[in-house]
Structures are given as structure tokens and as C-alpha cells.
Design a protein around this ligand. Structure first.
Ligand SMILES: Nc1nc2c(c(=O)[nH]1)N[C@H]1C(S)=C(S)[C@@H](COP(=O)(O)O)O[C@H]1N2
Ligand SMILES: [Mo]
Length: 340
């Protein structure tokens, strides 16, 4: 299927995200001087200003990114399954600061993103380092569908049918040494393709490349997923093509996109949002309704569904995003208020 961009129907972020929360997170960036007056203008003015500033393509030029259909084992869908967030919203309301800080920036600024050739290097404390090329991502591991909730730290959420395989398959293949205690991930660093990496303002003040990390047991947990597709096809760039992490019991920022490096390491690796706001974003970032963000509650979330633009769809946030049975045992001896 072809996706056209700019997406005219892209939702305004204020319509799909709680405005208080949205403005709250941005106030961190603003206070740090990373959001200029331009981005605080009305949506339409800000959008045209951004399109010019990014200079990837002019606003009247329509680029397309082609998603290829994938063969996969479908997920078990039961009567109790939650309603999926429509594909149109999954691929148009995104956080991917490499392409800009507004929710519609990623889809609008990434359609020319080149994913083939790609190189994903698995290295560090392993006996058998290796590199996966673009075709390997789709041919080396059996691809299955996993329907997961995605809970952003900004208090909105989606239900998304991802395609991919367990991260543990990659790690087992690399044969970790006894020193491997953490796994560090890195996104592509390519300012030519990623306008957010060219300017501190456009990229929200992040020191790119975006980096993330997991403890070894978290990385090996069967839920931890490497996604190469969504809704039956390869990922579009705005969702992290060609390969991204999905850790469904943690806030969305842990699910790092467009990964080029996976390194097994001895010490806890630095992580992007923790560097940017250590009091607000921890290394663990487990979804926890009882631990508020310093500037907003995490007790509930806005579920993004097919409902009308203005429909309120607020639900309670669940501990570990509803995956306690699978993951709570990993944290039984930890104070999760301290290790947020
Ligand atoms: N490299 C990179 N990965 C990233 C981000 C980002 O800005 N850069 N944003 C994160 C955040 S905050 C969220 S909520 C999810 C959003 O994933 P989605 O757009 O596919 O829903 O991606 C995460 N991964
Ligand atoms: Mo997020």
C-alpha cells in the first residue's frame, strides 16, 4: 500500500492527546530553550513553517513510502481482545523527534527515508557478533503478529498489531558472555535524512543518536519484541522502519526506532530521555499508575481509537501496562518509586 504525504487528514495532536499533558511535556523542552516561538503558533502556521525549515521536500510535493506485505503467523484474537487503534492513526500520530517534535511531523517529514540498504550490528559482550542487512531482517527469523498496548509517557495509548520476532532470538544467536548485564540500543544517526538531527530546535534538544537500554532479563523476556512491520506490512518510516524495539510494559520512549546497533554491555547504558530530564524519565520507565510524572498524573490515559476526534476515551492505566503476570517478577525486590 502507498502512503501519501503530507497527510491531509493527520490529526492535530491537541485533538488526540490530552492538551494539559501535551503542553506539560513541551514546557520542559521550552524551558530548556528547544522550542521556538514558531512551534507554539497555531497548528497550520506551525506546519507550513516546519515544512520550509526541514527542507526535505516542499509542501506541495507528494512523496510516498512503499510498505511491502509480509508473511506472518497471525496473533490469537480472542473475544476479550481490545479494539485495535485504526491503522490511519497508528501511522499518523507519532513521536519520532528525528523528524520533528509535533505528532504529525514524523509522517510528513519521513516519506523519503531510505531503509534499504540497512545494517544492524550486534556487538559488545558476545562470543559471536554479527550484522543483519535489510533482507536478513525479514528472512532470518520467523515473523509473528503481536497485538500490544503502547502507553506513551504523555498519557495517551494505542493498541497496535506489530509484526516481528522476540529480541531474545537475536541475543541468543550472539551468544552473550558472562559480562553481558545490559543491552544498549542506538538509532540511525543521519542528519541528511533526519531533519531533527540537523537542528537542536527541530529535534527537541536531544543529543542524537537516540539511545535506549534494557537490563538483560528484560531484553530476554518473551514479550520484548523487535518489530519489522505493522498492520500486515513492513513498517513505515514514521513508526521506525525498518526495525524498532517494542517493550509493551514500559513507557513508549523505551521502544526505540530505526535501530542500527544492539550492544551487550556490562554497565547500565545511558538513555536519551533520562539524559534530557533525569527527574522525569528514569531508566526503567515501567508503566506505573502510582508514580506520577512530576508534572502530571499517570493514573489514567487517553486511548486512541476509531472514536470521533473529540470523543473522550479515558481509561485507567494498569500497572506494567496490564502485563504484570509476564513481567512483575523481574522487579519484585525493587522499589519502583525510586527506580521509575
Ligand atoms: N529513535 C526514536 N525512537 C523513539 C522516539 C523518538 O523520538 N526517536 N519516540 C519514542 C516515543 S516517546 C514513543 S511514544 C514511541 C512511539 O511509537 P509510534 O510512533 O510507533 O507509536 O516511539 C519511541 N521511540
Ligand atoms: Mo512517548
Amino acid at each position: 500500500m502507498l502512503i501519501k504525504s503530507p497527510v491531509k487528514s493527520a490529526l492535530k495532536e491537541s485533538q488526540v492527546t490530552d492538551e494539559g499533558v501535551y503542553n506539560g511535556r513541551r514546557s520542559l523542552l521550552k524551558s530548556m530553550g528547544f522550542i521556538g516561538a514558531g512551534t507554539l503558533l497555531s497548528n497550520s502556521i506551525a506546519t507550513s513553517a516546519n515544512a520550509e525549515g526541514f527542507g526535505l521536500f516542499s509542501s506541495d510535493e507528494v512523496k510516498t513510502f512503499e510498505q511491502k506485505p509480509l508473511k506472518y503467523t497471525p496473533a490469537n484474537v480472542t473475544e476479550n481482545s481490545e479494539i485495535l487503534t485504526p491503522e490511519s492513526k497508528v501511522i499518523s500520530h507519532n513521536n519520532f523527534y528525528e523528524f520533528g517534535t509535533n505528532k504529525s511531523d514524523p509522517v510528513n517529514n519521513s516519506q523519503g527515508f531510505n531503509v534499504n540498504p540497512w545494517s544492524l550490528k550486534i556487538s559488545g559482550e558476545v562470543n559471536k557478533p554479527f550484522t543483519l542487512d535489510y533482507d536478513d531482517l525479514f528472512n532470518k527469523y520467523a515473523i509473528e503478529e503481536r497485538i500490544y498496548r503502547l502507553r506513551c509517557v504523555e498519557a495517551w495509548s494505542m493498541v497496535i498489531p506489530w509484526l516481528g520476532f522476540s529480541l531474545s532470538e537475536i541475543i541468543k544467536q550472539a551468544d552473550p558472555t558472562s559480562k553481558a548485564k545490559y543491552v544498549a540500543f542506538e538509532t540511525l544517526d543521519d542528519p541528511k535524512q533526519m531533519p531533527g538531527q540537523r537542528s537542536r530546535r527541530v529535534g527537541g534538544g536531544i543529543d542524537f543518536p537516540y539511545v535506549e537500554g534494557l537490563r538483560m532479563d528484560e531484553a530476554m523476556n518473551p514479550l520484548t519484541f523487535m518489530s519489522v512491520g505493522v498492520y500486515g506490512k513492513t513498517l513505515p518510516p514514521q513508526n521506525g522502519a525498518p526495525i524498532r524495539l517494542v517493550v509493551p510494559w514500559k513507557y513508549g520512549f523505551k521502544s526505540i526506532k530505526s535501530i542500527v546497533g544492539i550492544k551487550l554491555v556490562e554497565k547500565m547504558p545511558p538513555t536519551t530521555w533520562n539524559i534530557l530530564g533525569p527527574n522525569e524519565y528514569g531508566f526503567y520507565a515501567n508503566v506505573n499508575p502510582e508514580v506520577s510524572h512530576p508534572r502530571w498524573s499517570q493514573a489514567s490515559e487517553r486511548r486512541i481509537t476509531a472514536g470521533g476526534l473529540f470523543s473522550r476515551n479515558r481509561i485507567e492505566t494498569l500497572p506494567f501496562n496490564g502485563y504484570s503476570e509476564e513481567v512483575a517478577h523481574m522487579y519484585k525486590d525493587m522499589d519502583l518509586r525510586k527506580h521509575y
